[in-house]
Design a protein around this ligand. Sequence first.
Ligand SMILES: Cc1ncc(C[n+]2csc(CCOP(=O)(O)OP(=O)(O)O)c2C)c(N)n1
Ligand SMILES: [Mg+2]
Length: 470
Amino acid sequence: MAMKQVAQRSLRPEAALLRKRLVPQHNTLAQATVQARRWQSNRAESSSYQPSVSQRAGADSVNFPGAVNSKFTSTMRFQNPAENTAMSTYRILDADGNVVDNTRDPQNAPDKEILQWYRNMLTVSIMDIIMFDAQRQGRTSFYMVSAGEEGIAVGTASAMDPDDVCFLQYREQGVCIQRGMTLKELMSQLFANKDDVGRGRNMPVHYGSGKHKIFTVSSPLATQIPQASGAAYALKLQRMMDPNVKPRIVTCYFGEGAASEGDFHAALNIAATKSCPVVFVCRNNGFAISTASIEQYKGDGIASRGLGYGIDTIRVDGNDIFAVREAMIEARKMALEGNCKPILIEAMSYRVSHHSTSDDSFAYRAKREVEEWKRRDNPITRLRKWMEKKGIWNEDMEKEARASIRKQILQEFSAAEKVKKPALRYMFEDVFEEMTPDLKAQMKELKRLIETYPKEYDVSQHEQGIKSLD
Ligand SMILES: Cc1ncc(C[n+]2csc(CCOP(=O)(O)OP(=O)(O)O)c2C)c(N)n1
Ligand SMILES: [Mg+2]
């Protein structure tokens, strides 16, 4: 059956009601959302809406509104989570690049595509080294590397539709590259030059791209998670109003540390109760800056929390790009089935790098531990071993790929470094459609200060210099 028909049928009851009430009068999504809310609260208050919560005589299970189908028991027992076995971790390849389950083909993509994922992971890793060093040389202000987590980013992004929407935390350069952001676009952001689509307003690694459906990274931890739930709800409403709209999901990335924020809990609960098509991808890399996971929580990782919110959840080996990708393909499908639903993927990894250029992780973990992880297991070497065994990769190809990627990155690096900075005027624009009198006064004052203290403020590096403030 065609996808469109499936979507129409599965969304039919709610969609029909929404269409009847919304479509003739409401053109914008915002109007429709307000109306949908009104409709839902009216429905709850109307006399025809009567959830059945009465206890039946002789029933052996609870029928309170807050817990249905819980069996009565006369044995008092506090459940102890430590008695449960930890949730298992899905993998396809072992650390040596061998397929664990030989009954199936891990390769659900042509070799050419797999080689591209490999190149994309290499690109992230080589760019990381170059940019980390550039910060040390004082050529950029800040950087965050994603060493050890390239497989999570590239693997999940490889399973998404280009029209799906992404919310990132900050350690997901691989998502940007896999979704087609160019090195020039990334470098323009890192150097905050005039070609940066963010107009140089953000710190380095705060990427964003409307073209690639990537919301701009924002520093306050976890804020992207409820935003992702909201965006997914909007996509769902859009399809309810018009079933011909292409089915899309939202993918939301965050670290296990961010999952300690209240926003994480609010986001998962609203996504579950409103059945939003969002895939939450938690990168559990073992650290929130200097706090090891083991000190961050007592439960079974982040995956166990998904179950608590009634969300279908899987834990995967984040060093295994095949497992990550397969989990994401399935998660995307499940998220869009029927009335839609959220999914949680907890991808396990190890943060090989320091937290950022502002951190020295050897102050709180042993160098030997890091070296061991680098040597023993890593998403890049794991895929490389598999490709070598399959005969599609070898030492010469590796050398050639590394050299050419490095050359491209260095070219874009030096080009971006030379490009002028954005016009100073952008500091005051874009928040309001028209600049407010306050903003105009501030811009005038900035101009006066620059003219008064020219030695203090060299603005020649900015596009149009002081003229942009006229
Ligand atoms: C609200 C808020 N609190 C604290 C910070 C400082 N901070 C930045 S990153 C970070 C750790 C996040 O760890 P995790 O979510 O596991 O991501 P990882 O860095 O491991 O990828 C902290 C505490 C912040 N940016 N925002
Ligand atoms: Mg972390």
